[in-house]
Design a protein around this ligand. Sequence first.
Ligand code: ATP
Ligand code: ZN
Ligand code: MG
Ligand code: MG
Ligand code: MG
Length: 504
Amino acid sequence: MFIRFAVTADLHFSGSITPDIALAVESAVAEANEVVFRRGVPADAPDEQIGRITEWHADGSVVTLRIESGPYTRAHDALFRFRKLIAPVLGRHRLGLREIAVRRFTVTVPGHVPDEAVPKVPFIREVVRHGESVELELACTAADLEDRVPDRIVRLIEEKKEAALFGGKAEHWELVYESQKRPRIYAGNPTEEMLARGWLRHGASRGQWIYAPQAVRLFRALEEIVVEEIIRPLGFVEMIFPKFVPWEVWIRSGHAKGVYPEIYYVSTPKTRDPAYWEDIADTFKVTGEVPVDRIRDRLDGPIGGMCYAQCPPFWPFVQGETLANDCLPIRVFDRSGTSHRYESGGIHGIERVDEFHRIEVLWLGTADQTVETADRLHEAYRRVFDDLLELEWRSAKVTPWFMAQEGLVGESASADIGTRDYEAYLPYSDSWLEFQNVSVNGDKYPKGFTVKIQSGADCWSGCSGIGLERWTAAFLAQKGLEPAAWPEAVIRRVGEMPEIFRFL
Ligand code: ATP
Ligand code: ZN
Ligand code: MG
Ligand code: MG
Ligand code: MG
C-alpha cells in the first residue's frame, strides 16, 4: 500500500492540435513517461509508484491528460514537468500554452485515517472511504498544485493521524534529573496567602494580577539571582524584543500552525480620523457603555497578537543576514514586557495566568556552540535550584516546545534537539509545576528566518523561558511566606518587605 495521486487536466493551446502536432505530443508523452518522470527517482522504485501519463487525447486546441502516481514524481509534479517539456515542442508549431485547467485531482491515502485526521480546509471537496484507505478529491487550481497544496494536505493528515493516536496518552515525558527531597515546612496555597497579606490583587482583566511592592520585591530578588548567577556569568547581553507580534513573524516561526486558541489578538483602527470615531465616543458619553460591536466593524485585522512565546519577535533582527564567525555564539536575553495567553478555564493562582512575566534567554551559533550553551545553562540552573533556592525539583525531556506550539506530538528527530522542562513540587496540591524550560531548537529558526553563518556551518539556536510567576509560585509553595524561613540568597536580596498601603 502506498500513497496515490491522480490528476486529469486540460492543457489549452493557442491553436488546433492537428494530426501532425498530435504525433509530436505522443512522442513527448513517451519521453515524459520513460525519461523525464524518472529523473531523481531512486533506481529501485517500483514502476507503479512513479508518475505516468496513463491517458491522453487532443480535441480542438485542448490536450487532456490523465496522470497517475505513487509517491515518486507525484501526479502534480509530473504535470508541471510535462508542461516544461511540451511548451517548446508545440512552440515549434507556433502554439503557445494558454492555461492549465484541472478537471479532477485525487489523492488516496493508505491505512486507517480516522475522521478527525481529515483536515478541515476548503480544498477538500469529497472524502470517499475504500476499505483501508481514504480517497480525497481536492478542488485545486493549477496554481494550487504548483504551490504543492496536495503535499501539505498529505503531511497534515500524517500529523493529525499521529496526534489522534497519541490523543489518550500523556505528553512525552522522560525524567532527566531529580533533586533531593526537601523538608515540608509549608502546605498552604501561596496565591491565597499572598492575597490575604495584600501582596497582590486581581487585575481588572481575566488572569491578570496587580503585584504590590512585596510581591515585586520577591520577583526582583529572583530576577537578580537569574542575572547574577546565570545570565552574566554565561555572557548573555540584554536586548528588548517587541511585544506585539505580526503574522509575518508567526508564519516564519511556525506559530501560525497552531496557537490560535491561546492568542490575545490585536486589531488597529481603520482610520485615526477623529470624525470617524466621534459617534462612538458620543455614545459612551451618553450611555456610559462602550459600544463594542460597533467598534469591531471599524477595525482592521487582527494584524497579529500579543507576545506568546518570547523569542520569535527577536528574529527579524537577524533575518536574511550572514553572521560573522567571530561574533558567535550570540547570547542575549529579554525581560522587557509581558507575555499573554488565553488560558481559558485553566487560570489558576499566579501559576497559570493570561498575563505573565518571563525572562527569555536566547542564543545562536553552530550546532556545537548551541548545545554547549544549553549544557552550561543546565549546570547553572541546577546550582541555583539546589544550592541557592534549595528547591525540590526535577527536569524532564518533553516534546520540543516549538513542536507542541505547532500542534505536533512526540519527540524531535535528533537527540541534541529538544526541550527540557524544569518542574517544582507543590506540596499544597501534591503536584509538579513546569516553572521554566531550556530548548535546543536546531536550525528551525535560522531556516525560518534565513540566517546563515560565514563559515557555511549550519546555524542553530536555543532558548530558555524563565517564568517569574512560576518561579515565585514554586518557591513560596515550598518555603512559605515568612521570609525568616527563606534561604539566605533570597533573604539578602529581599531585605525588609515594603508595606506602603493601609486600607480603611
Ligand atoms: P504549561 O504546560 O504549564 O501550559 P507551557 O508548556 O505552555 O506551560 P511554554 O510555552 O513552555 O509553557 O512557556 C515557557 C515558560 O513560560 C513556562 O515554563 C512557564 O514558566 C511560562 N508560562 C507559560 N504559560 C504561562 C502561564 N499561563 N502563566 C504563567 N507562566 C507561564
Ligand atoms: Zn523561546
Ligand atoms: Mg501552556
Ligand atoms: Mg513548556
Ligand atoms: Mg508545558
